[in-house]
Design a protein around this ligand. Structure first.
Ligand code: FAD
Length: 291
């Protein structure tokens, strides 16, 4: 199913998983993704080499979720440091595997990549990948990433939104946001992008922080602002894993309910291969999701 047909007036709740870090972890990650698929979310996305996962299992996991559990999937694909030939090969593999939705990303410029030889790189930005996917003739529904708090490499939000509009015009049918912990940041961003003429559905990305160690990593990775209300919760409950998990799930649930109450219809949960967290959030919203 193409995700563009899913985003409408009804609420959608979807989950993200990431491929294993090592080959030996494959079975346990596959089982975790299957447990999440059994919850029958609106769709599941599978990252490409993000969160420490390798990229080689993205397709296998996405295909398994789709074929075994009939859950629509979104396979991520990054282009940074790749050649056109490798990317074209990946696109064809996805097409042959029956994947219908692709999240087209540049990928992070890690310190290692920054120091490597760039002469073989064929891509500078995600827009180049989107154009190549379009040119390949494969009929994917394409998604892109967006940043309510501005991408860290952007000099200002105006520039960031200008490039976002170009990305959408190149062929994105929807955008998923970077995680944020203060909904006002999203509302503000939505106002600005609509003003800039970006009209595609926006999927709000919510990261449930379920242990104190995750906080530093999440902030470092995303540069997200941590509101005092959230910091207090980590200070008070961070030393108790069970209490922190409960508080983190409650905070994420509260964020999602506020979003749904204020006109956002699509929420994507960065569920980090944790079926229990995905299950709790979904059951907290069970009656709301039926509306
Ligand atoms: P781009 O759209 O290329 O934007 C990157 C920067 O370049 C921005 O500052 C933008 O304003 C600027 N820019 C864009 N186009 C132009 C242009 N034409 N000229 C000048 N400047 C331009 N990473 C992974 O490795 N694997 C994943 O699976 C993954 N999934 C993600 C999912 C989501 C929802 C999000 C939000 C991020 C994800 N990431 C993932 C991280 C992502 O790869 C990084 O944030 C990366 O730094 C930027 O990727 P992008 O696709 O947004 O890049």
């Amino acid at each position: 199913m193409k995700l563009s047909t899913l985003f409408s007036e009804r609420f959608s709740l979807s989950f993200e998983v990431f491929p294993p870090k090592t080959d030996t972890a494959f079975e346990s990650v596959k089982t975790a993704t299957e447990e999440i698929a059994k919850l029958r979310p609106s769709f599941m996305s599978v990252t490409y080499g993000a969160g420490g996962g390798t990229s080689k299992y993205t397709l296998e996991i996405a295909k398994n979720i789709k074929e075994q559990y009939n859950v629509p999937t979104l396979a991520h694909l990054t282009c940074v440091s790749s050649t056109k030939e490798t990317v074209r090969h990946k696109i064809m593999q996805m097409k042959d595997a029956g994947i219908e939705n692709v999240m087209a990303l540049r990928g992070d410029l890690t310190p290692e990549l920054m120091e490597s030889d760039r002469s073989t790189w064929d891509y500078t930005h995600a827009i180049d990948l989107i154009r190549d996917i379009k040119e390949s003739g494969a009929d994917f529904c394409i998604g892109g990433a967006c940043y309510p708090e501005v991408h860290p490499e952007s000099t200002n939000q105006k520039e960031d939104i200008k490039h976002l509009k170009e990305k959408v015009d190149a062929g994105c049918s929807f955008l998923t946001t970077q995680m944020f912990f203060d909904n006002n940041l999203l509302y503000n961003f939505l106002y600005k992008i609509r003003e800039a003429g970006i009209t595609v559905p926006i999927i709000a990305g919510i990261m449930p922080i379920t242990n104190a160690n995750q906080v530093e990593r999440a902030v470092k990775l995303s540069g997200s602002f941590m509101p005092q209300r959230f910091k207090s919760l980590v200070d008070r409950f961070g030393s108790s894993p069970e209490a922190m998990k409960q508080a983190g799930i409650a905070y994420a649930t509260d964020q999602i309910i506020d979003l749904f109450a204020n006109g956002v219809t699509n929420v994507h949960v960065y569920s980090m291969n944790k079926p229990d967290v995905a299950e709790k959030i979904q059951s907290n919203l069970s009656d709301i999701l039926c509306l």
